[in-house]
Ligand binder design. Structure first.
Ligand code: KIV
Ligand code: NA
Length: 266
């Protein structure tokens, strides 16, 4: 009853088997996805906007990531749990990245960490990998740079941007990353990157040809309020289901029909 490892994911790429990743921010939902057989769970810093009520991922702290990641580890048995390194926790230096990645491994018990950036993060990735920490990279649209991007535009469009994305992908592979997220890039480019890399590509808004796919759980389950990005498919309508349950509970309390005799101690 061991957890999924980087070796299992390397073997999957060898066999041409696609795998899936979902975000999770707590023990409850992590346990649901683990039971459903999702092999890799990402404690994304999307917790900032999807779980903690911030506008972006930028305010998320190391202490928050440790707490959320530890909960997901406790709630799961089989999945590899990957923790995002939040904004400001690794950009300063490889030493800072090492210090904070070690916190996620030791205090939360995750099996891997993820950080944003290609060439710009390669030195830090190298140090973590040398220290025995599996690293998932994240290139293309890197949401921690939302203020520099001026929003969440598709990346890798045009020859120069496409070449930079390829250089970033090769840099993180060279640095020892076991996998790389490609976010919001044209499908053709994601396909090319996937073919040129030996490590697994994990797409989000990157077409169907990546080795794996990731979605934010609140988006894929229909929990998110309002619009979701074009690349999201909603596999359920949980927001409506939960809202209906809450309204029915409140209505029965008002009517005096809950609790009924069967919910009552005599
Ligand atoms: O934080 C997150 O949820 C992510 C995924 C979208 C890859 O980084
Ligand atoms: Na993230």
């Amino acid at each position: 009853n061991r957890r999924v490892t980087v070796r299992d994911l390397a073997a999957a790429k060898q066999r041409g088997e696609k795998w899936s990743m979902l975000t999770a921010y707590d023990a409850l939902t992590g346990g649901v996805f683990d039971e459903a057989g999702i092999p890799v769970l990402l404690v994304g810093d999307s917790a900032g906007n999807c779980h903690l009520g911030y506008e972006t991922t930028v305010p998320v702290t190391m202490d928050q990531m440790v707490m959320l990641s530890a909960a997901v580890v406790r709630g799961t048995k089989r999945a590899m749990v990957v923790a995002d390194m939040p904004f400001g926790s690794y950009q300063e230096s490889p030493a800072q990245a090492m210090h904070n990645a070690a916190r996620l491994m030791k205090e939360a018990g995750v099996g891997a960490v993820k950080l944003e950036g290609g060439e710009r993060s390669a030195r830090s990735i190298e140090l973590l990998v040398e220290a025995g920490i599996p690293v998932m990279a994240h290139i293309g649209l890197t949401p921690q740079s939302v203020h520099a991007f001026g929003g969440y535009p598709v990346q890798g469009r045009g020859d120069e941007a496409a070449h930079q994305l390829l250089r970033d992908a090769k840099a993180v592979q060279q640095a020892g990353a076991f996998s790389v997220v490609l976010e919001a890039v044209p499908a053709e480019l994601a396909k090319q990157v996937t073919e040129e890399l030996a490590i697994a590509t994990v797409g989000i808004g990157a077409g169907v040809d990546t080795d794996a796919q990731v979605l934010v759980w609140t988006d894929m389950a229909g929990m998110t309020a309002g619009r979701v990005p074009k690349f999201v498919k909603q596999y359920a309508n949980l927001r409506a289901v939960l809202g209906d349950a809450a309204r029915e509970f409140a209505a029965e309390v008002s009517a005096g029909s809950f609790p009924a005799p069967e919910h009552t101690f005599k």
